[in-house]
Design a protein around this ligand. Structure first.
Ligand SMILES: NC(=O)c1ccc[n+]([C@@H]2O[C@H](COP(=O)([O-])OP(=O)(O)OC[C@H]3O[C@@H](n4cnc5c(N)ncnc54)[C@H](OP(=O)(O)O)[C@@H]3O)[C@@H](O)[C@H]2O)c1
Length: 291
């Protein structure tokens, strides 16, 4: 029918964090190709702008916006949220994708362990700051990237910042379990608002994952398994599905892999742990935001 777009995401606005490479860039490209206005984030201005141009060219959709932000700092997340709210009168989908694995312990500008800060606290704070806009845009969706690695994670409430013991895996797996606990708690809190929250494992994909600060043996091990890994496009399939498919309209509080609902680890269903993590996260961001 002339004049009416048949693009399934036409008129929708999506923010994908960590859209400069890997799964996030492929997710942004897929959603832009379906007609969405897409914003992407990344730490470096030049890299974020270059990725924006790549996503626009690959998708054939010129409406792609760069939001440079270092999400390891709460000030960075707050600035990002302010810019997104100023630029987007509506926000239909938030894809909390940015995250990584760091082999050595580092501390952020806020004095927090870096993996916990980027992988869990940043999406927690960003979601809180964008929540009113998402609610006003309902039916909106919040899609958060976890990992199958969550299954080996345990939240050590006595050492959340990895001060007593740290390894990349010891920090990464719990941060991904935190993504699931966060999503399930968020879904409970959003019941009746028209905003859904889902969480996913993308499969193991060939991206820049862990490249910045790789674990020992990574350089030996990675080339051996690399040919068997998913492409970034394949890794983005479940994020794209959760962001746009009518099949999951209204579906909330659910973990997905391979575009199918899956059972996550037993500890991810611990509602007391989810509520405790929520309160601790709130306390950690409260000095910089009222959420
Ligand atoms: N690849 C896999 O097999 C796999 C499996 C399970 C889960 N995941 C998850 O998938 C997500 C995407 O990972 P990927 O594999 O696509 O890795 P990637 O290629 O390294 O992409 C990571 C993205 O996150 C951004 N990022 C990292 N630190 C950031 C920070 N402090 N502030 C803002 N943005 C930041 C990066 O942007 P800049 O570097 O430009 O700042 C980049 O766009 C992660 O959450 C990861 O845990 C991946």
């Amino acid at each position: 029918m002339a004049g009416i777009s048949t693009d399934p995401m036409a008129g929708r606005t999506v923010l994908v964090t960590g859209g400069t490479g890997g799964i996030g860039k492929a997710t942004a490209t897929g959603l832009a190709a379906m007609g969405a206005r897409v914003g992407i984030t990344g730490r470096d201005i030049a890299r974020t702008r270059a990725a924006t141009a790549d996503v626009a060219a690959a998708s054939g959709n010129p409406v792609v916006d760069p939001f440079p932000a270092d999400m390891s700092s709460q000030a960075g997340v707050r600035r990002l949220a302010g810019e997104v709210l100023a630029a987007y009168p509506r926000l239909d989908v938030l894809v909390n994708n940015a995250g990584a694995f760091w082999a050595t312990r580092r501390v952020t500008a806020d004095g927090l362990e870096h993996t916990f800060a980027v992988n869990h606290l940043a999406p927690f704070l960003l979601t809180a700051l964008l929540l009113d806009r998402l609610k006003a845009s309902a039916r909106a969706r919040i899609v958060t990237m976890a990992s199958g690695a969550h299954a080996t994670g345990k939240i050590d409430f006595g050492d959340l910042q990895g001060e007593r013991r740290y390894s990349g895996q010891r920090a990464y797996s719990p941060s991904k379990l935190a993504n699931i606990l966060f999503t399930y708690e968020l879904a409970r809190r959003l019941a009746g608002t028209g905003v859904t929250a889902t969480v996913l494992h993308p499969g193991v994909a060939r991206t820049g994952f862990a490249a910045e600060n790789p674990p020992p043996m990574w350089k030996v091990f990675l080339p051996l398994i690399r040919p068997f890994l998913k492409t970034p496009d394949q890794g983005a399939a479940t994020s794209i599905y959760l962001a746009c498919s009518p099949d999951v309209e209204g579906v909330t509080g659910t973990y997905f892999a391979g575009c199918k609902p899956k059972t996550s680890s037993p500890s991810s269903y611990d509602t007391a742990a989810a509520a405790r993590l929520w309160q601790i996260s709130l306390d950690l961001v409260a000095p910089t935001a009222s959420v």
